[in-house]
Ligand binder design. Structure first.
Ligand code: ADP
Ligand code: MG
Length: 329
């Protein structure tokens, strides 16, 4: 039965690579950088140890919660030499600050702390405290020179939270590629890099969550699904990380120009870009700018965006003109 023999050969080729190594589906998951990670891939062996080592290297560079990290040393004015992750983050942050005309700003840390979202505890916020924190903000006031950060005031501090998750996705994707992995989905706290297929003939499918108030992070209602074989996508939203101050809702996205948490009808911003680091930064910048100005920035950046805005009691989807990843238009 030649037909059957051929079928058996094809099946064997699917399971065994020509090199002779059997491929398996792996799913590594856990907690990192105060959020979850979920990494699926097809490989000859489990790469969890390599992934954890990469997380560790990344944490020692950019974690604000690790007092020994490079970014902590910079914030505490300890003399330190910056590493490749830090420098990549810094250059990207500066680029997106320019693209967003200052809506995105890694020197926002004093305001993030004041409003209770940083590594310090929430203080009673007064206009005076906002003004004094605001006087320390400005991406043009920090420079990277010869692997050192120069600040024009020692009280200036950096916050890489809006780029780091996306950057970590890029880092893990690179680790997988170095091991020859072609099919993978890296998800760190909702920022995603996907490549190849989840099973033969099936692209990866990534949900865009419906933004309903969800402090526990358990809402899994989907607004839409993106199917792709090659994508870097990040979502920022103000529906998971916020608190009420009297009747005022305080979100974790701060407008560095006013010093106050943003209050827009834009509830969530999903951005697709060349790298997940850029998508992450652009998504946060979009939340600061609001839908209209954000679309201008997204076009200038050559990225794609899917925004969900509230309109009275309903939700409306607004996409950039080039958005072709869901059936919405
Ligand atoms: P999420 O994916 O959780 O929505 P983001 O990627 O939008 O998070 O990052 C939000 C974090 O970025 C905040 O918690 C704060 O640390 C920091 N941040 C807030 N406002 C700004 C800003 N204007 N520019 C840069 N970083 C910001
Ligand atoms: Mg972000």
């Amino acid at each position: 039965m030649p037909g059957l023999t051929l079928l058996v050969v094809i099946l064997l080729l699917l399971v065994f690579r020509p090199g002779g190594k059997e491929l398996h589906d792996y799913h590594n998951q856990g907690k990192v950088f105060g959020t979850y990670y979920s990494i699926r891939y097809l490989a000859p062996q489990d790469l969890e140890q390599d992934i954890l080592q990469a997380f560790d290297r990344f944490d020692r560079s950019l974690s604000m919660f690790n007092p020994e990290s490079v970014i902590s040393a910079v914030n505490q004015n300890r003399d330190t030499v910056t590493d490749a992750y830090f420098e990549q983050m810094f250059r990207e942050a500066m680029h997106v600050s320019q693209l967003s005309h200052g809506a995105f700003d890694i020197t926002v840390a004093p305001l993030v702390n004041l409003w209770g979202f940083g590594f310090k505890h929430r203080e009673d916020v007064t206009d005076q405290k906002v003004d004094s924190a605001r006087s320390l903000i400005g991406y043009r006031r920090v420079q990277l020179i010869d692997h050192h950060v120069r600040k024009d005031d020692p009280r200036i501090m950096l916050d890489a939270s809006a780029v780091a998750k996306g950057q970590a996705c890029d880092v893990i994707a690179a680790v997988l590629r170095e091991h020859g992995v072609e099919h993978y989905l890296v998800d760190i706290g909702g920022e995603v890099v996907a490549h190849g297929e989840r099973s033969p003939g099936e692209p990866w499918r990534i949900g865009i969550t419906t933004p309903t108030d969800d402090l526990t992070g358990t809402n899994d209602q989907l607004q839409d699904i993106v199917a792709s074989r090659d994508i870097c996508m990040a979502t920022s939203g103000n529906y998971r990380n916020f608190y009420y101050d009297g009747s005022q809702r305080r979100s974790h996205t701060i407008d560095p120009r006013t010093g106050y948490p943003v209050q827009h009808t834009l509830l969530s911003a999903t951005v697709v870009a060349e790298t997940c680091m850029r998508a992450d930064a652009l998504a946060t910048a979009s939340m600061v700018l609001g839908a209209d100005s954000a679309l201008v920035m997204i076009n200038e950046a050559g990225a794609k965006a899917y925004f969900i805005v509230s309109e009275g009691d309903t939700l409306r989807v607004i996409t950039s003109k080039n958005w072709d990843l869901t059936s919405q238009k």
